[in-house]
Every structure is written in C-alpha cells, then in structure tokens.
Design a protein around this ligand. Structure first.
Ligand SMILES: [Ca+2]
Ligand SMILES: [Ca+2]
Length: 241
C-alpha cells in the first residue's frame, strides 16, 4: 500500500471516531405507566400499573412479569448512544425455589401503556431482545437488593436502544424493559416471586444513557488537512512516489 494512501486512511479513521468532548449523560426515571403484568386476568385485569412493588414470579394462581417504561429523551443530531445502564431495586423473601429472571427489551411504542401481551414466562422469548440473562437469581439475599445491569447487559442495552432509534423511535416515545422468570412455575397457590420497586416507589428504576457527538473535533479536522498537505508536499519532492 502506498504511504500516502495509508496515511489518508489513518486520518479518515481518526476523523470518524467519536470524540468525548460533547458527551451527555441522561438519567431517565421509569414512567409511572410501569406495570405488573399477569399471565391471566385477575378480577378482569391483565395488569396493575399503580402497584409500588411489581411481582416477578408466581402469586397464587397467576404468573407475573414486571414491565418498566422509559420515555426516550432528545438525542441531538449526530449523537450516538455509547453506554447504557439499568438500575432498580428488588426485594424478596425466601426465594430458594423461585426460577431466575431475565431482562428483555420490547419494541418501542408511541404510548406509555403496558399491554397484556407484554407478559412472558419461560427460557427464551424470540420476539423480544434478551438484554441480560439471569439478572435476578434465587441466590440473592433476602430483602432489598440494588440491581444493576452488568457489562454485557450494558452493551446489549446500547444495541437495543440504538435499534429502537434506527427503527424510528423518537423523543417522547417509550421503550419497555421486561423482567420475567425463565421457567413456568406450576400452580401451587403459594407466593414465589421477586418484587421490583416501581416508579410509584420512592426508589424507582432508572435507565441511564450516555451519548457522544460522532463528529470530529475541529483540531482533528485541522490535523487531517495538515496531514494531506504534508503528503502532497512529499509527493512533489519525491517525484510522485
Ligand atoms: Ca406504575
Ligand atoms: Ca435465564
């Protein structure tokens, strides 16, 4: 490869690499539309969006999943999401015989309302994006536990959120993160569940996203023009090498 071509490619790589000069960190509190969703109707309802502790597991004859709702913020033109994190509180009693629970992302919607069809229980939901396997486990301590997505969960969140934007999600639309058990528990009439603090709780779930401006700094552009200038001078002196 010619030196000039290689040099130009290096400059191009630098030019398209996002810089950290215009990073923004946005904390999005879960919308109060977040809901405990049921596997079957309870007194005519398939969900409860006013509850402060959302059940994930079994409660009597009904299975539950928690659907967290977040309103998308304005992402400035040219900005990309480079990091994301979900944090929430789980509270549980004796859970040694409760299945683990997984975190999924559902397709964005214009309205914040959770739907009965958001419910899921089982090992793998192919119609949703699995963000973190076993985010809750039955080896967690009893009582309140602060839960946060791990590194691979953070990366999956970035991919999920970016896909929503690519698919047309805009500021003011809503994304839905669901926590559900990964195994269907046979009906036992007993309570076997985790409890997720909802937006109606004093400690609500929070989705944090970090964005970067994917445009080079002026100094980077200047550097590239300087590099091109040096290359052209070099070509003059060395007879079109
Ligand atoms: Ca709610
Ligand atoms: Ca699992």
């Amino acid at each position: 490869m010619k030196f000039s071509v290689l040099f130009f490619m290096i400059c191009l790589t630098i030019a398209v690499t996002p810089t950290k000069t215009s990073a923004a960190t946005i904390n999005i509190i879960s919308d109060i539309a977040d809901a405990q969703v049921f596997s079957q109707a309870v007194q005519g309802n398939f969900l409860n969006s006013t509850i402060t502790n959302m059940s994930v597991g079994r409660n009597g004859n009904v299975l539950n999943a928690a659907v967290l709702v977040f309103e998308l913020p304005t992402i400035a033109p040219g900005e990309i999401i480079v990091n994301a994190n979900l944090s929430f509180t789980s509270e549980q009693g004796s859970i040694t015989d409760v299945p683990n629970a997984d975190l999924y992302g559902l397709d964005f919607r214009v309205a914040s309302t959770a739907l009965a069809t958001d419910f899921f229980a089982g090992p793998n939901d192919s119609s949703a994006s699995k963000i973190q396997d076993d985010i809750l486990t039955n080896t967690m301590p009893i009582g309140e536990v602060a839960v946060t997505t791990n590194n691979s969960g953070d990366s999956a969140l970035v991919s999920y959120l970016t896909a929503q934007l690519t698919n047309g999600a805009q500021a003011g639309n809503f994304v839905f993160l669901r926590i559900n058990i990964d195994e269907v528990i046979p009906s036992s009439g007993t309570v076997k569940n985790y409890k997720i603090f909802s937006a109606s709780n004093p400690t609500p779930p929070v989705l944090t996203i970090e964005t970067l401006q994917a445009i080079p700094e002026p100094s980077t552009i200047s550097f590239c023009f300087l590099a091109l200038f040096i290359v052209s001078i070099r070509k003059k002196f060395y007879c079109g090498n």
